[in-house]
Design a protein around this ligand. Structure first.
Ligand SMILES: [Zn+2]
Length: 221
C-alpha cells in the first residue's frame, strides 16, 4: 500500500501555533469571511434577527485560539458580549483598518497576558487572557494581517471584502447592479410608443397612426 501523505497543518497565521476548528470556523478562510460579514452588519438596528448568532459568533471568534476572557462591563448578565461591546469592537476594527491604510499604527488599547510554565522537562505556554474586546481585536488584527493583500473595498457599496480570484465587487448583487448602472448610463431611454408604432406599421402599413396610451396614475404625488 502506498504511504498516505500527512495532512497539511494550517495555522491561523505565521505567528499562531493553533486554532480550534468548529462548525462555524472550520478553517482560516472562515475567520476572514466571518469578520467581513460582521464589519458590514448594521448592529445599531436592535431588531436584527441575527443578533444571537452575531453574539455567539463574536465570542467564538475572540476565543478561537483558546484565550480566556477576563470578565468586565462588556459582558451582559449571562456572560455574553453586550450590544454596546460588539458595536465598539466593530468600530475599532473598521477604524484600525483605516489607520493602517493611512500608514499609521493600529494598536491594541488593552493588555493581553500570557505565560510559560514547566511541566516535567517540557515548557508549555499558558492560554492568553484579556478582555473580550482586546481578544476580539487581536484576532481581527491577525486575520487582517494574513489577508491584507486580498482585502478590498467594494466600488459599489464601499464594504470591505476578501478578494477571490478576479472578483471586483463584494457580492454578485453589487456586480450586477454596477453593470446595470453602467448599461443605463450609455443607453438612450426606450421610446415605447415609437417601438409599438413601428411594429404596427410593419404589420398594417406605413400610414397607420398609433395614439398614445394614457395611464391612470395610482397614488398621485
Ligand atoms: Zn458591494
Amino acid at each position: 500500500m502506498p504511504e498516505q501523505p500527512l495532512p497539511k497543518q494550517r495555522p491561523l497565521s505565521a505567528t499562531d501555533e493553533f486554532a480550534f476548528s468548529t462548525p462555524r470556523f472550520p478553517d482560516t478562510e472562515s475567520h476572514a469571511q466571518w469578520l467581513m460579514a460582521f464589519l458590514r452588519r448594521d448592529l445599531p438596528a436592535l431588531d436584527d434577527p441575527r443578533w444571537p448568532e452575531t453574539q455567539h459568533g463574536a465570542w467564538e471568534f475572540a476565543t478561537i485560539r483558546g484565550a480566556l476572557v477576563v470578565p468586565d462591563d462588556d459582558l451582559d448578565g449571562a456572560g455574553r458580549p453586550s450590544h454596546s461591546a460588539l458595536t465598539r469592537v466593530q468600530e475599532e476594527v473598521r477604524h484600525g483598518i483605516q489607520q493602517v491604510r493611512r500608514n499609521e499604527w493600529w494598536e491594541l488599547s488593552e493588555p493581553i497576558t500570557y505565560g510559560l510554565a514547566q511541566i516535567g522537562r517540557t515548557l508549555i505556554g499558558g492560554p492568553q487572557r484579556g478582555s473580550f474586546r482586546s481578544l476580539f481585536v487581536q484576532t481581527a488584527m491577525e486575520v487582517i494581517k494574513a489577508e491584507w493583500s486580498r482585502l478590498r473595498t467594494c466600488p459599489h457599496c464601499s464594504h470591505l471584502f476578501i478578494k477571490l480570484g478576479k472578483q471586483a465587487y463584494c457580492a454578485l448583487d453589487c456586480a450586477q447592479t454596477a453593470r446595470w448602472d453602467r448599461f443605463k448610463a450609455v443607453r438612450a431611454p426606450r421610446d415605447f410608443h415609437a417601438e409599438r408604432q413601428n411594429a404596427l406599421r410593419k404589420r398594417h402599413g406605413a400610414h397607420l397612426h398609433v395614439g398614445r396610451k394614457t395611464r391612470r396614475v395610482k397614488n398621485p404625488g
